[in-house]
Design a protein around this ligand. Structure first.
Ligand SMILES: [Zn+2]
Length: 234
């Protein structure tokens, strides 16, 4: 059975009100994003890092899935699908998606750098001085987010998925700048049918390696992509 592989980025959730850092010139309340998402400095900036992700969780509580999230859930119900996302929000899950591979972590979760424990706090703020529920360490409890300069364990799943693709499969890439993931070379190595949707052309993504390109907001592109996917996969 042919597979549908979906790879999404921040552009998918932008219309749900979750702004991308680039929309804000890479700044959060005048702090560089590199200060609050950095594997080398998160311990040194501990209160700021927690405050930043507390704000992200609070914002996520009020965001709603959009039509593009729901379209992906519909594809998942119809086809043999692998769903890979760079997004740390839970809007795909709330739209009805399952088995979402979060390549860069998951905002509702905390993890412990000391004991490896992983736990869900929903949309709650992480209180100052709170401890890991397993080992009681206060200084090791951190958001379950892959920071800059840190390995992304779920990338194994991504490389495996792309390595196993056949020419009958379809890849849909939605809302990614190609700055973090080498989307162009990944797509170029795959002989099947490739669809790209970004709001506008991105310097790091070569639209020429895709069979179809939609430069539209994700919710506007979703029904058009659906028509193409149906042509390809039935
Ligand atoms: Zn712990």
């Amino acid at each position: 059975m042919p597979r549908l592989v979906i790879l999404t980025g921040a552009g998918l959730s932008a219309e749900s009100g979750l702004r991308t850092f680039r929309d804000q010139n890479g700044l959060w309340e005048n702090h560089s994003i590199d200060t609050v998402c950095n594997g080398h400095t998160w311990r040194a900036n501990f209160p700021l890092v927690q405050a930043f992700y507390n704000a992200r969780r609070t914002q996520l509580a009020t965001a709603l899935p959009n039509a593009a999230h729901r379209q992906i859930a519909a594809w998942q119900a119809r086809y043999d699908t692998v769903l890979l996302t760079q997004n740390v929000d839970d809007l795909l899950e709330r739209a009805g998606c399952r088995d979402v591979v979060h390549l860069h972590g998951f905002l509702p979760e905390m993890t412990c750098a000391a004991c490896g424990h992983l736990w869900n706090i929903g949309y709650a703020e992480w209180p100052e001085g709170a401890a890991c529920p397993r080992c009681r360490s206060v200084r090791d409890a951190r958001p379950h987010i892959v920071f800059f300069n840190e390995p992304a364990p779920q990338y194994d799943r991504l490389w495996e998925t792309f390595a196993e693709l056949t020419s009958r499969d379809v890849v849909v890439v939605i809302g990614t700048s190609g700055v973090v993931l080498p989307v162009t070379s990944m797509a170029a190595q795959f002989q099947g049918y490739k669809i790209l949707n970004n709001l506008e052309p991105e310097p790091a993504v070569d639209g020429n390696v895709f069979e179809r390109v939609f430069y539209l907001p994700a919710t506007k592109a979703a029904p058009e992509i659906d028509a193409v996917v149906r042509e390809q996969l039935g």
